[in-house]
Ligand binder design. Structure first.
Ligand code: BTN
Length: 263
């Protein structure tokens, strides 16, 4: 398996701030944890931590993110001047950037799934983990972690993941250049982040929803260890999911996970 070429990560990178500083590691426990440490030491906005593999990659809700060599694993430090309650919107910015990059580079029909997933062919190819630090009701920084299954054979993953996960390699039938995907994703991320800070969330959410094929479908939402069934109606301006329950009432979820029941 080809190693990541650290020299290529900034070659031709067309960004203003994002990725001007990159900490590249062959292995780390979690790029998010490493980036949080750097942010606490005062690292600049746009600083990236990228690892070839993670020994303890973290997913949402305390899950493990399997991170063998062949995937793209990075975290970026952001210092937006926004309300703490708006930090969740950055997850949409990042998943939109990932979906657009995958569509644009490989022609795959990447879709967004609430709250933080990117799917290809109904299976997860990318996940986002946002962690923030605040003080006195004030957002200090956000670390956005992005994991993409790139040159991985999902058949080598545990059985329970094989049904729900895929990789770009499995979808395309060939390997792709991880460094190129990283640069494209970072460029899109910076563009959409700038748009979000300048114009607000509406435009981002509209774009995100165009790729969200789960809307209008029958889904199950797992939230606070409870399961709810209904129709996914919409994603609201605050990032919450509105679900029409079987008894006709509409319930909103700020966090959770959805499973599609019918396509
Ligand atoms: C999820 O879908 O549950 C989120 C997965 C996020 C994985 C990425 S890989 C880079 C960064 N470092 C981590 O430990 N996690 C995120």
């Amino acid at each position: 398996m080809a190693k990541i070429d650290a020299d290529k990560l900034q070659e031709g990178l067309n960004t203003k701030n994002f990725g001007k500083k990159i900490v590249f590691l062959r292995e780390v426990a979690s790029t998010n944890n490493f980036a949080k440490k750097l942010a606490n030491y005062g690292a600049d906005e746009g600083t990236v931590v990228l690892a070839e593999n993670q020994s303890a990659g973290k997913g949402r809700l305390g899950r493990v993110w399997l991170s063998p060599r062949g995937g793209l694993y990075f975290s970026i430090i952001l210092k937006p001047k926004i309300k703490i309650s708006d930090a969740v919107k950055l997850v949409f910015v990042a998943s939109l950037a990932a979906a657009e990059s995958i569509r644009n580079l490989y022609g795959l029909k990447a879709e967004t799934k609430w709250p933080n997933d990117v799917l290809v062919d109904g299976k997860k190819v990318c996940g986002i983990l946002a962690e923030m630090s605040s003080m006195d009701e004030h957002l200090k920084f956000v670390v956005l972690g992005v994991g993409v299954n790139v040159n991985l054979n999902i058949k080598k993953f545990p059985k329970e993941l094989q049904e729900s996960a895929t990789s770009l390699q499995d979808m395309l039938g060939r390997k792709v250049e991880i460094e190129k995907l990283f640069k494209k994703l970072l460029e899109r991320l910076e563009r959409l982040y700038t748009l979000f800070l300048k114009n607000g969330f509406t435009q981002i959410l509209e774009k995100w929803k165009k790729f969200a094929s789960f809307l209008g479908c029958q889904v199950e939402v797992l939230s606070d260890s409870q399961k709810w069934s209904g129709t996914a109606l919409d994603v609201e301006e605050d990032g919450s999911l509105s679900l029409k329950l079987e008894n006709g009432t509409v319930k909103r979820f700020l966090s959770g996970d959805i499973t599609l029941r019918l396509r």
